[in-house]
Design a protein around this ligand. Structure first.
Ligand code: CP
Length: 321
């Protein structure tokens, strides 16, 4: 695996899930793979789970993880080509990336969408430069349009908790005070489309997920109708993806608090599990009552971030061996 962005990069999902459960049961079995190997985790944005779970996964595999916080530790990096660098940015990605690549065997990159230029975001301007210029395998740790380590962890969590061969999984938009990227809903949709689930997306008008990720998901604008009989409710906020209204890309179109997932929403489901990638705004995205209920999976879902990252790193190390 030269890079990890999409569900297709992991290959057969059944095999990947089997491997994930094996890794979870025996986390230290592959320590030999990471001996004398280094992963550098480059963060352009904040993180709690991704930063810690990636380091833990690397340590479980016997690797040395190094974290670089671009906005705090390093020189301020220019990401655009062709600019006259007479401002506050001291170094260009074009040099920084191959230098980082020369110090390690794998790179992980967190580089959120800017939410002002849809084309630049959907071309993965920063992540693509790491893939093109680092000379080592690259993992998206949430880049402009995808968050594959999260989606893989979500799928592992669904696999562990499902009680039906083909569960109904509903991804619902929910309100948030800030404009958030579309990476999590994009990846969740992509991975659910590849998995054996009945997948439904519900959102207000204007929040349609890019068709490249939404695929054949059923779209339902009536949230309550979408949730009927659901086995898993996956709540997330995202800003306007600019599909039906390109001029509104990255903006907040609705603050409708009736979309907050509360007990009334969960009551129409088939005793569904509640899921969210975290961090979550309580009583915006989900009520206290729902997130604190026994059917909330937010903590096991976050714990599975170590497992998903470890499977990806393990496969990359096996190819390097
Ligand atoms: N879910 C997730 O990626 O969490 P962090 O932003 O804290 O890494």
């Amino acid at each position: 695996m030269k890079s990890f962005l999409n569900a297709s990069d992991i290959g057969d999902l059944h095999k990947a899930l089997d491997e994930a459960l094996e890794v979870k049961a025996n986390p230290f079995k592959w320590q030999h793979l990471g001996r004398n190997k280094t992963i550098i985790l480059v963060f352009f944005n904040n993180s709690l789970r991704t930063r810690l779970s990636s380091q833990k996964a690397a340590l479980n595999l016997g690797m040395n993880p190094i974290v670089l916080n671009v906005n705090g530790d390093s020189w301020n990096l220019e990401t655009q080509m062709g600019v006259v660098m007479d401002g506050g940015k001291s170094e260009h990605l074009r040099e920084a990336i191959p230098v980082i690549g020369s110090y390690c065997d794998i790179i992980g990159v967190r580089s959120f969408a800017g939410l002002t230029d849809r084309e630049a975001d959907y071309n993965e301007n920063i992540l693509r430069q790491f893939i093109d210029y680092s000379g080592v395998p690259v993992i998206s740790l949430e880049s402009a349009t995808v968050h594959p380590c999260q989606a893989f962890a979500d799928l592992i969590t669904i696999e562990e908790h499902k009680t039906k061969a083909r569960p109904k999984v509903v991804m619902t938009w929910a309100p948030h005070p800030k404009a958030l990227p579309q990476a999590v809903p994009n990846s969740f949709a992509q991975w659910m489309n590849a998995a054996d689930v009945d997948f439904v997306i519900t959102q207000p008008e204007g929040y349609e997920v890019d068709p490249a990720f939404a695929g054949n998901a059923r779209i339902e604008y009536d949230q309550m109708r979408a949730l009927e009989g659901a086995d898993f409710v996956y709540a997330k906020n995202w800003s306007c993806p600019g599909v039906s209204c390109p001029e509104k890309y990255g903006r907040i179109l609705s603050r409708d608090m009736s979309w907050t997932v509360d007990a009334a929403h969960m009551a129409v489901t088939d005793n569904a599990f509640f899921m969210h990638c975290l961090p979550v705004r309580r009583n915006m995205i989900v009520s206290d009552e729902v997130i604190d209920s026994p059917t909330s999976l937010v903590i096991p879902e976050a714990a599975n971030r170590v497992v998903s990252a470890q499977v990806v790193m393990k496969r990359m190390l096996e190819e390097l061996a």
